[in-house]
Write a protein that binds this ligand. Structure first.
Ligand code: KG4
Ligand code: ZN
Length: 357
């Protein structure tokens, strides 16, 4: 093996020549999914995700419980990811982990585990921004798949439970946020409206399912007026709450009778809000390459709408496979691979960040 040495935070590590095979172990623990994945030269070898059912009954993620569940899950999840990939620990070139943003207690579990493993194996540690990773999920290659990856530059609509951003992506590691939510994220809008209807967390996927059988034109909700490419979703949740309260006062069975129409209408409103700014930005920036990323990009209404809008606007669109939209370590590993190629390594004294400035 053609190896070279690099000194990181006072100890020497070995890593293989950058031209040879590169195998990255990715670890994700920012919220309520514990995940580990192995990527070899952009190709995904394994991606294991342990979901945490415990939060369902609480209507949202309980940080203490999430952190405890990560501690229980992390070793078996990493073990399974390596076994499935048929990769031994000494074949790993670097360990990439989510530094943030996310829940501090959850991030600490993944970061501590990654640091320990990096020390014991003598391989570099790579810190990953969770949001950048959601975008780079569009570059995960799979054997026997179509592997349709974006061309630079592209505009990415990043829609997750904690973030909603329009990001101009010039290269793998060269991204600029041109707009973002000033309050709630799109995923929060889905989850909070679902909670108002008594649907358990996370409500986004349930609204998606029910909306498929409802009428999206049944109810009209006011859209926010926000300047530039920024978004706002907190007003929508409040008007949905008051609308439902008023309707139930006159007809107590309203929610039961009209739930599918309510889901379809609220989903359409969220999608319209997302698309308005996206279309505006693509016209202003004269950009035709558009990508989706984040948990809400699993939404079938959003996927369909953007696909038909692409025909109208002559966009080239890139939508990650469903399994790479919500939180997963494959996106952490692929981001780690690009950072590895740039020699962007972290030191052992790195700390997780709940928020990035
Ligand atoms: O990216 P993600 O897994 O976690 C964060 O980084 O936040 O996104 C989770 C969010 C949740 O709000 C969830 O309700 C939403 O993505 N989500 C969906 C769908 N699947 C997940 N929202 C609407 N429709 C879906 N099919
Ligand atoms: Zn996420």
């Amino acid at each position: 093996m053609n190896a070279k040495k690099q000194k990181i935070s006072g100890f020497s590590i070995q890593f293989r020549n950058l031209m040879s095979t590169t195998t990255i172990l990715g670890i994700e623990s920012s919220c309520d999914d514990t995940s580990a994945a192995v990527v070899r030269d952009s190709y995904l070898l394994s991606n294991i995700i342990a979901n945490q059912e415990v939060h369902k009954t609480y209507g949202g993620v309980v940080p203490e419980l999430a952190s405890r569940a990560h501690q229980q899950n992390i070793i078996p999840v990493v073990d399974r990811a390596l076994k499935l990939a048929n990769v031994s620990k000494n074949e790993i070139n670097a360990i990439a982990f989510t530094r943030g943003p996310g829940l501090m207690g959850s991030l600490l579990v993944g970061a501590s585990f990654a640091k320990g493993l990096s020390l014991s194996l003598g391989v570099p540690l790579i810190e990953v921004n969770h949001l950048q990773a959601h975008i780079l999920a569009n570059f995960i290659l799979e054997k026997d798949a179509a592997n349709h990856v974006p061309e630079f530059p592209f505009l990415c609509l990043l829609v997750s439970g904690g973030h909603t951003q329009l990001v101009l992506v010039k290269d793998y590691l060269d991204m600029t946020i041109i707009g973002q939510t000033i309050d709630d994220a799109a995923g929060e809008a889905f989850d909070k409206c679902a909670k108002i209807m008594g649907i358990s967390y996370p409500g986004g996927p349930v609204i998606d399912k029910l909306a498929a059988e409802g009428n999206p034109q049944a109810f009209v909700f006011a859209k926010p007026r926000v300047k530039g490419y920024d978004y706002s979703f907190s007003g929508l949740k409040t008007s949905f709450l008051y609308f439902l309260r008023d309707q139930i006062q006159t007809s107590p069975t309203f929610l039961n009778d009209r739930q599918k129409d309510l889901c379809a209408s609220i989903q359409k409103t969220i999608i319209d809000i997302l698309l308005d700014k996206l279309v505006k930005a693509t016209k202003d920036l004269k950009i035709k390459n558009i990508a989706l990323a984040g948990g809400v990009s699993a939404n079938s209404g959003l996927r369909n709408t953007i696909t038909s809008e692409a025909v109208k606007q002559k966009w080239n669109i890139y939508i990650p496979a469903l399994k790479f939209t919500t939180d997963n370590a494959a996106m952490i590993a692929i981001t780690g691979l690009y950072k590895y190629r740039q020699g962007e390594f972290a030191s052992q004294d790195i700390v997780p960040l709940a928020r990035f400035s």
